[in-house]
Design a binder for this molecule. Structure first.
Ligand SMILES: [Zn+2]
Ligand SMILES: [Zn+2]
Length: 264
């Protein structure tokens, strides 16, 4: 098995995004003036296994618009085709795309991919509801043209500490697990590497490993208690299995992947 980190540009987010206030100001602060972070990567992942290439998320594109709490730096030569070329891979070889959740910095790169796409059925249901539809309009963040993933049903039973999962490879070494919080239907993909470690492609479960250890819900999830419950499940999983934890926007993710550094 080989896991490639693909970097499709960077994003600055407001401090209030990474360290939200409690209570009513949690989301309000996102829209008020405030300090910004250093650039964070916008990562997605290609997994080569058993002669099959799985793409987990698709990164951002240069056409992205800034929002009140995120400023993007993505040039056309950072989009998925260039990221694939840099990794020595071909987009034509992608067998399937699995999306962790519906946010633009994870799905906009779909414009470059022809392979079948799946996203959790809970996330598909959420995307169609009124509030996210309104936010996409207000923030001018439309879903990419032709966005129509097939529903991924988490019907393969528990996996480690996770109550619901779906096997994504014949040998069961690639598994989608239920990680709601950042969005209601967010999933992560766990790949059991050749050393038996669980490499967790964590999407936006947290922005950093520090946020996981701090059990801190983010500013955008609809229900912080759901988010914290998921962080506790992830930590329980990491305690049971050596886990390399790789959020999409953690500046340390690539080094942790390359060094096979597990959560301790
Ligand atoms: Zn997100
Ligand atoms: Zn994201």
């Amino acid at each position: 098995m080989r896991i490639h980190a693909l970097n499709t540009g960077s994003v600055h987010v407001k401090h209030a995004f990474l360290f939200p206030s409690a209570g009513a100001r949690r989301q309000l602060d996102l829209f008020l003036p405030g300090p910004w972070s250093d650039p964070l990567p916008i990562l997605c992942w290609a997994v080569e296994h058993d002669g099959r290439l799985l793409l987990v998320d698709t990164g951002e594109t240069a056409s992205v618009r800034n929002v009140p709490f995120a400023r993007f730096e993505v040039s056309p030569d950072q989009e998925l085709p260039a990221a694939f070329a840099a990794a020595g891979l071909s987009l034509d070889d992608v067998a399937e795309v699995v999306l962790t959740h519906h946010h633009g910095d994870h799905v906009d790169g779909l414009v470059h991919v022809r392979a079948p796409v799946r996203m959790a059925e809970d996330e598909l249901r959420f995307v169609a509801t009124a509030f996210p539809r309104l936010m996409r309009r207000v923030l001018r963040q439309p879903l990419p043209a032709g966005f129509a993933p097939q529903p991924l049903v988490l019907n393969s039973g528990p996996f480690g500490a996770f109550a619901r999962s779906r096997t994504l490879s014949e040998d069961g070494r690639i598994v989608a697990v239920d990680t709601p919080g950042h969005t209601p239907g967010h999933i992560s993909v766990i790949c059991i590497d050749d050393g038996g470690r669980h490499v967790m492609l964590a999407g936006d479960v947290t922005d950093t490993l520090e946020q996981l250890h701090s059990r801190r819900a983010d500013a955008v999830g609809p229900d912080p208690s759901v988010h914290v419950a998921t962080l506790d499940v992830v930590l329980a999983h990491c305690a049971e299995h050596p886990t390399v934890y790789l959020p999409s926007h953690d500046p340390e993710s690539v080094a942790r992947l390359e060094g096979a550094v597990t959560v301790s």
